[in-house]
Design a protein around this ligand. Sequence first.
Ligand SMILES: [Zn+2]
Length: 507
Amino acid sequence: MNVILKHRMVASLKNKVPMIFAILGMVMMFLAVLYPYGMNWYGNRAADRFVALVQQDQYRQAKLWYYKTCANLPGAMGKDASRYFRQKTEAGLELWTGDYLAQQLNKDLLDSRIDVLSQIGIKPGNLTKCRNIIYAQELANHYEVTQAGNIIKATLQIYPNDPLLVAKQEEYRKQLEQMVIYRGPIQHIFFHPLIAYPELAFDQDAMSKGFNDWFVTIREFNLIIESLYKNNYILVNINDILEKRTVNGATVLALRELRLPPGKKPLILSIDDLNYYPYMIQNGTVFKLVLDKQGNIATYSVNPAQKEIIAYDNEIIPILDEFVRKHPDFSYKGAKGIIALTGYQGVLGYRTNDSNSPAYADEEKQARAVIQRLKATGWSFASHGYGHLDTPKISLERLAVDTLKWKAEVEPLVGPSEVYIYPFGSRVSPEDARFRYLQQAGFKVFCAVGSGPYIHFGPEYLLMDRRHIDGISLCTQADLLRDLFNSESIVDYSIRESTAFYSNCPP
Ligand SMILES: [Zn+2]
């Protein structure tokens, strides 16, 4: 009996097999029909959230969400989901690039967003296009419009007839058409390190008058830069305005053609003695330039209350770095300024003058890192002599020893420079043996101090005057400075020494 029952059950199950398969098949078909709808819903939702997180600049959360919802899905499903992520980021990238071009999104944020996409390997189809547009726009912002146009032209080969690229090409073509060859004077102004702590500079000690005469305060510098920018000046690198030609075996220097939008005027800015000599530190400058965690230049100082301060708003370099970041059209090709260094007390606040000191290796290493960053961000270097000696007052032999010391100690750090910035603003004539010695030592541009823009080309050299921007000029030479800015609205009367030294300054 049991055997018969068992047999029957097996037989009936056998009869049901086709039906089970049919049901299973139907379920699978049903799922297969549903899958695209499900994936569509899921993919869109997950990708939307990812793009939203990136757009809110929550990069860590965006990455986690991507791994949770897309990267870790099995095989074909992951592949399908990543398609939605790619499509959505493509749309996002288009939008962010548009915001950047409309100056509604800064480049650093945009770069960070693109970095996230690269890090997790999402390659939206418009990545190259958007990257190239951003790169081209950065160049165009700094007046490199021809190069910007070339990048767009090359990108159009990859994305033919792309409307944004076509529009950019036309925009740069028009910009280029409007640019003119600059024929006016080339201004060169110089500063000393800024007074970061006026209470130390103007404390009525023996150095106070010197600081009142030769230095400017943070507020004055900020107002000067804003005025120069409003008055259509743009920073240029001294090396960008020079052209070297070889005539009969000799190098001849000439002015390079500078194409600028009409009205824009080139300006060279130099900073003397950015060495942070102990006397400067004691009287209110910062202590040294340092690199922050992101590799940007900051300043280090100890304030009068003995607190260590890392800052960005109390010295020319970080202030200008930030100003040019905000106003790229204040800089031609990203130029900032030229830093004139001596060597006898080290450079930039690092005591690189004493190779026997136990701290030397560390000081040198840090100085090199700072210098590398400065060079990468538009700063260049000049010799200001090794020992800050007054060239016309010293012998040829003493000048030679001084120059060789600079070449042995400072040049290995900052690299070779063709610019010589005379200490004390003095000069020697090109016929002088000391001038010829400096020429033989490799210097081609010689900067003295004068009251207006002066440039003179000789065979194989350029003489250039710089205008001193300091207490003396701000307070007593307002009319001379009128072509640059109105110094009356700049002087920090409340902070400066209230001595009767300056006849034009209020008492
Ligand atoms: Zn000097």
